[in-house]
Design a protein around this ligand. Sequence first.
Ligand SMILES: C[S@@+](CC[C@H](N)C(=O)[O-])C[C@H]1O[C@@H](n2cnc3c(N)ncnc32)[C@H](O)[C@@H]1O
Length: 176
Amino acid sequence: MVVVSKELLDYFKKSGARSVLDTIKSDLFSDRPAFLELKDKKDLVGVELGVQYGVNAANILQYLNIKKLYLVDIHDTAERREILKDFEHKIVYIIKSSTDAVTEIPDDLDFVYIDADHTEKAVYEDIENYFPKVREGGLVAGHDYNRSGTRAPINKFFDNNKRRVSTLKRDWWVIK
Ligand SMILES: C[S@@+](CC[C@H](N)C(=O)[O-])C[C@H]1O[C@@H](n2cnc3c(N)ncnc32)[C@H](O)[C@@H]1O
């Protein structure tokens, strides 16, 4: 469970962001079941595209054995830096679009989690750009498979590449 300061909780309460509070209370594997594929693996190197407040990133850092986590988002936020401050030594922040960030990401990643721009074109491009960055046997995953705009480009890419997409709750994933 992610532990956050009273000040930060007060901030979220005042902002009316109930969903953020709810997410903070969740645990990674029930909220984002794609990550069950990485449970018990060691020294993982991965990327999250679309970080927002850093709640999912905090869960990834707490529940998985992470060596390095690249966090890509077009916006930087003080709340994210606060939530993730205990994990700073494992994080590389890249404040750029996912398209521009790809050249700063190493090859042979253990995972990529795609949750940035949810338009059809952007989701397709994120998969197209980051799928080659993941090692054979690694995890290519993301959020919001329940949305048709997200589901369509995921199915299109993986149908073309003859890969089976797994889904549970709003997560989708492929083992490369
Ligand atoms: C749904 S939120 C991410 C939530 C986060 N993954 C979580 O589960 O806690 C989407 C985020 O994507 C970011 N974003 C939108 N378009 C982007 C892009 N083209 N490249 C990188 N980040 C983007 C937004 O700034 C926002 O913070």
